[in-house]
Design a binder for this molecule. Structure first.
Ligand SMILES: NC(=O)c1ccc[n+]([C@@H]2O[C@H](COP(=O)([O-])OP(=O)(O)OC[C@H]3O[C@@H](n4cnc5c(N)ncnc54)[C@H](OP(=O)(O)O)[C@@H]3O)[C@@H](O)[C@H]2O)c1
Length: 267
């Protein structure tokens, strides 16, 4: 089985939610797990509980990530660290665009670049990329009331694309690549929403959401599968959450077309 082929794992975004649950799961499988995030106190608590190694690192600190990758021959890389923001592109702050691209996509590309060549040369390894249904579907709900922005959708679509192409780059090696695309999971990602009143009530309480442990189980299924089997992609959504819909605005609802020369409405 896959687990017996592997010894070391790196989990990013390990201080809470899905990352912390995954650290617990992989430690229970007997892995040497390196837990990476910025919150040192939470990581220390997780380490006391599970015995994981603490990596207090910002995924965007390229120097620190490079040092870690040179120090440990990782067999498993779980690219899980992520942030989300609300708002349409019409109103989004520039810093929010940068943060989402940096944490959700740029860091994943660099971690992959730094860690996967070692796996390829050892002919052993597994990369698990956490994406989102936001990367695969447009959401009918208005982005101002929901936990996603066009930049979040774009970064998660990037994770899908890089997972597909990474398999091509690794052709002929025993390095597996799994994308796990998620619907709503009850984690603190909803607490960090800018200017949402009572985010827990809005996104979590009252819903039968997924739990972080469900996703850790999905990761363990992919990693624990026999090595000749690559679970390339899993989409996990709550039973009560569906994606789909069609909107078609009537002509009368459309915004008036502006005359570009005068700025006046073209009636
Ligand atoms: N929850 C959902 O409904 C849902 C749905 C689809 C996809 N996802 C994806 O699932 C992944 C895990 O999120 P979660 O739901 O478990 O949320 P979470 O509880 O908020 O966890 C996010 C993790 O990312 C870490 N992180 C954020 N910025 C970082 C940075 N610059 N450097 C290092 N670590 C950083 C955070 O740790 P520190 O703050 O300590 O750095 C935290 O451990 C994300 O990629 C998210 O997009 C979640």
């Amino acid at each position: 089985m896959g687990f017996s082929d592997y010894r070391t794992a790196l989990v990013t975004g390990a201080s809470s939610g899905i990352g912390a649950a995954t650290v617990r799961r992989l430690c229970a499988e007997g892995m040497e797990v390196h837990a990476l995030a910025r919150d040192a106190r939470r990581l220390a608590r997780l380490s006391a509980e599970t015995g994981c190694r603490v990596c207090e690192i910002d995924v965007n600190d390229l120097g620190a990530v490079k040092q870690l990758a040179a120090l440990v021959a990782f067999d498993i890389l779980i690219n899980n660290a992520g942030q989300s923001r609300r708002g349409t592109i019409l109103e989004m702050a520039p810093d929010d665009v940068d943060t989402l691209v940096d944490v959700n996509l740029r860091a994943v590309l660099h971690l992959t670049r730094l860690i996967v060549p070692g796996m390829a040369s050892r002919d052993r390894g597994h990369v698990v990329n956490i994406s989102s249904i936001a990367g695969h579907y447009a959401f009918g709900e208005n982005a101002t009331t929901f936990n996603s922005s066009v930049a979040y959708h774009a970064t998660k679509a990037g994770i899908h694309s890089l997972s597909q192409q990474l398999r091509v780059d690794l052709y002929g090696t025993r390095v597996r690549v799994t994308e796990i695309s998620l619907g709503r999971v009850a984690t603190s990602i909803f607490q960090n929403q800018n200017a949402v009143e009572n985010p827990d009530a809005r996104f979590v309480a009252g819903f039968e959401t997924l739990q972080s442990e469900d996703i850790a189980d999905a990761i363990a299924f992919a990693v624990g599968a026999p090595t000749p089997m690559n679970v390339a992609m899993i989409e996990v959504i709550p039973t009560f959450q569906v994606v789909g819909g069609l909107q078609f605005a009537r002509r009368s609802e459309a915004a008036p077309v502006q005359d570009m020369t005068t700025g006046a409405d073209n009636a």
